[in-house]
Design a protein around this ligand. Structure first.
Ligand code: ADP
Ligand code: ZN
Length: 435
């Protein structure tokens, strides 16, 4: 179902008019109320009057994660604290977290974005939506929660963790929609498979909304099979709002971006120039109706491409490809660019392997080492290692052909790789600690 056809299916020229009006307003507010943006615009000699339509967006300065950290906590806020009803922060594994603040209207926009994705996935007020994203400062939990509320579905706010209980409630309450990271969805699938008392036959799962970390199409197929549901990709980031900046529709052919709220651009991360439609690059967003913390041209570091043709579902909202990685996740090993998601894709092509992996890169005798720890599914696990070669050799060949470099593959016993309840960690780059 289409939650808001007026906007999701708006004619493209009408959409551009709307975006133009909203951009002009946003830029005016930023210049008048934000010393940060006034300084940035003054530095490059751009005045609000120079921005007459969305076609002028390239004149505006970029905003980066470093800017947001420098302005910690509330430097980018343009409304008085009394207007702010919620504060979130992204994980910020290094340094200070990135903070986002929201007015009541901002929360409405955010939850509508999530509701649009959930509706596209078939959720109605008759569904029970289990929110197994973490609740707290992380936007995943409350974001999915408010989206389900907007539709009038029944929310089941389990948060992440305590997997056995999650599964028990899933069965007893008849959960029909599951929201969590793809890593956690796999973990839940595996816990159901290894349970002696519960099976998927006891479950009513229909659809899952998975996101917050890169995942491959192979992983999607694995999850769909192992949880017997339709897996919908939901995308977003705290800086721009939270989950639901966009999401897949029932066609599962690209992530629709809710362009009436967030204006997407794809740029070449080196030249910072826009790339032609359909080419890969870095995704950049400008918020078009955010009140508390409007953001101009935010460099997400997420890599994808964009298409504007109308989707089979009837929506005209632009579609991005699923994110295949963040520029800062990219490893350069022996001079070759490798994305962790490539390893995941390879693994999901071989049913004997679990889709779990852990990459360690180091520099030994002036050469990069590239070790990938993988797990065989319990029913395929054999020792000694020579007996595993029948599984490892084809995987090795596939990884060499996909990445162009030779890994050392190490099979570890079942259930040894860490299972994640949130965003999974896949890489340890020891070279960072050398010198
Ligand atoms: P953090 O930067 O701490 O991870 P967020 O929780 O705001 O903070 O995460 C946003 C980021 O998560 C995005 O910029 C993107 O890299 C990743 N992400 C979110 N949803 C998806 C998705 N569906 N597919 C791939 N990556 C995603
Ligand atoms: Zn569609």
């Amino acid at each position: 179902m289409i939650f808001n056809p007026e906007y999701e299916c708006m004619e493209r020229d009408k959409m551009r008019e709307l975006q133009s009006r909203r951009l002009v307003e946003t830029v005016k507010t930023c210049y008048e109320k934000s010393p940060f943006y006034r300084k940035k615009m003054d530095e490059i000699g751009v005045k609000p009057e120079d921005i007459k339509s969305i076609d002028d967006i390239h004149k505006l300065p970029f905003t980066t994660k470093i800017d947001l950290r420098d302005e910690y906590p509330f430097g980018l806020q343009v409304v008085p604290q009394s207007e702010v009803v919620r504060i979130h922060a992204s994980s910020g594994t290094t340094g200070k977290p990135v903070v986002a603040t929201y007015t009541k209207h901002d929360l409405d926009v955010w939850s509508e974005g999530v509701a649009r994705v959930m509706s596209a996935g078939g959720v109605t007020k008759d569904d029970i939506v289990q929110v197994s994203y973490g609740y707290g400062l992380f936007t995943g939990g409350l974001g999915a929660h408010d989206g389900a509320l907007k539709i009038g579905a029944t929310q089941l706010p389990t948060s992440s963790g305590n997997t056995k209980k999650q599964i028990m409630l899933m069965k007893d309450f008849g959960t029909t929609a599951l929201c969590c990271t793809p890593s956690y969805a796999m973990h839940i699938a595996e816990a159901i498979e290894s349970s002696h008392t519960l099976s998927l036959d006891d479950m009513k799962l229909k659809v899952g909304f998975f996101g917050a970390e890169p995942w491959s199409n192979g992983m999607r197929k694995t999850i769909e099979k192992r949880l017997r549901l339709k897996a919908i990709d939901i995308y977003g980031l705290t800086e721009i709002s939270g989950p639901g900046v966009g999401g897949e529709c029932e066609c599962q052919d690209g992530i629709h971006i809710w362009e009436d709220f967030f204006y997407p651009e794809i740029i070449n991360p080196e030249t910072l120039q826009p790339v032609p439609e359909g080419e890969f690059g870095e995704l950049v967003f400008t918020t078009l109706c955010k009140e508390a913390m409007p953001i101009l041209r935010y460099r997400t570091r997420d890599l994808t491409r964009i298409r504007y043709e109308k989707c089979k579902c009837g929506r005209t909202a632009a579609r991005i490809d699923r994110i295949f990685g963040r520029s800062d996740d990219m490893l350069i090993i022996r001079g070759v660019n490798v994305f962790p998601s490539q390893i995941e894709t390879c693994l999901t092509e071989f049913p004997a392997f679990q889709p779990y992996y852990f990459i360690t890169v180091d520099r030994i005798n002036h050469e990069d080492s590239f070790e990938i720890k993988v797990e065989l599914r319990p029913e395929f696990y054999v020792t000694p290692p020579e007996k595993q070669l029948v599984y490892v050799n084809p995987l090795y060949k596939r990884i060499v052909s996909v990445t162009g470099i030779k890994p050392s593959i190490k099979v570890v016993p079942p259930m040894t790789l860490e299972r994640s309840e949130g965003k999974a960690k896949h890489v340890l780059d020891m070279r960072k600690y050398d010198d």
